[in-house]
Design a protein around this ligand. Structure first.
Ligand code: F6P
Length: 483
């Protein structure tokens, strides 16, 4: 019996025909130190994308509610059945901050920070993945569809298949899947691939992520790969399961962003933002989780040099940088915050005047209404990620620009670059290239800006998140045909 087999008894099926499983629920518990112990929207692109899908679909969402050492019964929130999975404070440290965000996260993002490998973290990852699988098994009805999300839960398809062979299981990886040569570093690479291969369909953001995964499946478990179908064999070499892998680039709720972008109060707020900045000629905007993958320091370096070279002045241009707090107890994030805040302080110290500030740095997260007001206020959006699964902020900016004005500077290392080809594409490691990309965006003629924005908007409007989920779920229902 493989090491990963679960021996817990099979539970009676639940009554949900459709179950989403992700590390976080769409809402997070506000700690009593920060507020009243109520709920707030969880951070990140996964929730941004899946919340509107679940709002229009009957189903249950299984995930952690963001507070350690707290067991909660299933509850109903904004029309969705939520099934909380408890995590102890120690599991938050070992499984979430440790294996998920200090091993897998840097490993899957081009080792921008060095990944750490600890056996105690891996043990916690397995234990917690079993718990999520068990919760999904208890929630899903007979022959239900279960859609497992992201790198924190890569063993769930396997554990779930053992508990509930009747289920149709999909998996979607929201972050990049690394090249085989980098994935090879992971001591538990074989178990991770075996965990994923028990899904019927494994979705990735980019074609390159899919190709990376298929190469690793071939190399580390000797799976037979033919036309993106992966044959899982038993010890005698008999094919026992066929998994499929394919790219499904995720998107946003275009209708919601467009609706907000047309609302009077949101438009008034965007004008107010510009006025509060002193009505500069150009407002530049960066919106990111405070994460080292987002290239915030590269962006600040380029911006600081443009001020130094007098290519931009604080009278003519203002940069707003929203950096929402993230993974605040993880060492690399603590260090990043120091670096970013040090750079902002130095740039502002050098270039601010009594009237103007070079960088408005906002270490907060904001409701979507305020985000859309910021998108409307910004002439130039800067997305300079060093590596990013997709980057939904880039897509939200485009969706908000209904009058086809504005310019998007977009890193070629963000998944969104595969779809938003009319953005000003940059390599954020190339500071001179980044500087000229920013200047090009600032000085874009209205005709060229309009041409680029129209092309990007066509792409986004035709490919919203509802289409993403329905295409994934339709593909998941198809039978694999042996090739
Ligand atoms: O989309 C990538 C992702 O890591 C999600 O899985 C996650 O929920 C989100 O970003 C935010 O990160 P975290 O849940 O660690 O705060």
């Amino acid at each position: 019996m493989p090491e990963e087999m679960i021996n817990e008894p099979l539970h009676h099926p639940g009554d949900s025909d459709f179950v989403v499983v992700s590390n976080r629920l769409p809402v997070d518990r506000v700690s009593t130190e920060e507020g009243d112990g109520g709920w707030r929207r969880s951070p990140g692109g996964l929730v941004t994308a899946l919340a509107p899908v679940m709002a229009t679909q009957d189903g249950a969402w299984v995930g952690w509610h963001g507070a350690p050492d707290e067991e909660l019964a299933p509850f109903h929130h904004e029309n969705i059945d939520l099934v909380p999975v408890p995590l102890s404070a120690e599991e938050v440290e070992l499984y979430y901050e440790g294996f998920s965000n200090s091993t897998l996260w840097p490993l899957y993002h081009d080792v921008i920070a060095p990944p750490e490998f600890h056996r105690t973290w891996w043990d916690a990852y397995r234990r917690v993945n079993k718990r999520f699988a068990q919760a999904a098994a208890n929630t899903a009805a007979q022959n239900a569809t279960v859609w497992v999300q992201d790198y924190q839960l890569q063993l769930v398809p396997r554990y779930l298949r053992q508990l509930r062979p009747d289920l149709r299981i999909g998996f979607f990886n929201h972050i990049p899947f690394p090249p085989q040569e980098i994935f090879a570093q992971l001591p538990w690479r074989q178990s991770i691939i075996e965990g994923l291969l028990e899904a019927d369909l494994i979705g990735f953001q980019r074609a390159s992520d899919t190709a990376n995964f298929l190469r690793s499946a071939r190399r580390f478990v000797g799976a037979g790969v033919k036309s993106a179908q992966i044959q899982v064999k038993d010890n005698e070499g008999n094919v026992v399961h066929i998994a499929r892998a394919a790219p499904f680039p995720i998107s946003i709720d275009v209708g919601q962003i467009q609706e907000l972008a047309g609302r009077k109060d949101v438009i008034a707020r965007s004008r107010q933002i510009r006025e509060e900045l002193g009505n500069p000629k150009t407002v530049l905007l960066g919106v990111d989780r405070l994460d080292y993958t987002k290239g915030i320091t590269h962006r600040l370096k380029a911006y600081g040099e443009l001020l130094h070279d007098c290519e931009l002045t604080v009278e003519d241009a203002a940069l707003i940088q929203v950096a929402s707090p993230s993974r605040e107890r993880v060492e690399t994030y603590i260090q990043l915050r120091e670096d970013v805040e040090g750079m902002v302080g130095r740039i502002n110290g050098q270039y601010d005047t009594m009237q103007n500030t070079a960088v408005r740095y906002l270490h907060h997260s904001y409701p979507v209404e305020e985000m859309v007001a910021l998108y409307l206020a910004a002439d130039v959006m800067l997305v300079t990620a060093l590596r990013d699964g997709m980057n939904l902020v880039a897509k939200e900016y485009v969706a908000a620009r209904g009058d086809n004005t504005g310019a998007l500077v977009l890193s070629e290392f963000a998944g969104a670059a595969d779809q938003l080809k009319s953005a000003i594409l940059v390599n954020p490691h190339d500071i001179d290239g980044l500087k000229s990309g920013i200047l090009r965006a600032v000085n874009l003629s209205p005709a060229e800006a309009g041409r680029r924005m129209r092309a990007m908007r066509r792409q986004i409007v035709n490919n919203d998140v509802q289409r993403w989920s329905s295409e994934f779920l339709a593909a998941l229902q198809k039978e694999a045909t042996p090739v």
